[in-house]
Design a protein around this ligand. Sequence first.
Ligand code: FES
Length: 281
Amino acid sequence: MSFKILKKEELVPTIYRMDIRAPRIARKAQPGQFVMLRINEKGERVPLTIADFDREKGTITIVFQAIGKTTMHLSSLDENDDIQDFIGPLGNPAHIPKDETVILVGGGVGVAPVFPQARTFAEAGNKVISIIGARSANLLIWEKRMREVSDELYITTDDGTKGHHGFVTDIVKNILESGTKVDRVVAIGPPVMMRAVAGVTRPFNVKTIVSLNSIMVDGTGMCGACRVLVGNETKFACVDGPEFDGHFVDFTLLMNRLAMYQPEEKIAVEKYKCERQGCLC
Ligand code: FES
């Protein structure tokens, strides 16, 4: 069995959206869950948080940044190409509150997995305040989609080319300091951003959920590769998460573990680029 790419779109430079035909996964997928894919027999297994699903069409949408060997390879595939393995939905669905005011924060490619949560939170009657950020305006994704499902939408860019000149945390802080009653914050993006959001909300004692993108191998709780420390307890992001209370996550350990294979990842990227160019070195 293989999984066909039905739609491919470069959203902004290096960030791609793909709709994959996977009816059985689409039937069960919930916001917050992820899939694990392997392009071919010798491929690396890569976890990606589900960015959208369409139960009627039987599709799962993934959004990824082509920065490593596998994501670069994935971005080189076209519509109608097949992916060998596509497994899911994995992990626990996000908790969907009712009648709460929720701030949803998405940074970079993390805006994509925030989207199905924002939509489901809105459908459940919550007030949705969304904050989406990117390094620059030309790297911002899914503004229109997020606007459609949010009561309020704030944009930030690190270089000031769109929206607030600064970080998503500035807006979170402004909202909390304004006295707006906020019941929950959900932040998805680079670990450094999620740590910063958790740091801002801690003094206000607002529950803050983060989605952890630790290194995964099997995605089913057997290998231990994805272990994280939450409230001094070891958890497996794939089966205990991927969402955790951000106030208790050991982000330093997470970031150290994410950096563990950087030298090998660099070599793999160089080798891949070399092969693509037909280099014989
Ligand atoms: S990926 Fe193996 S235990 Fe989580």
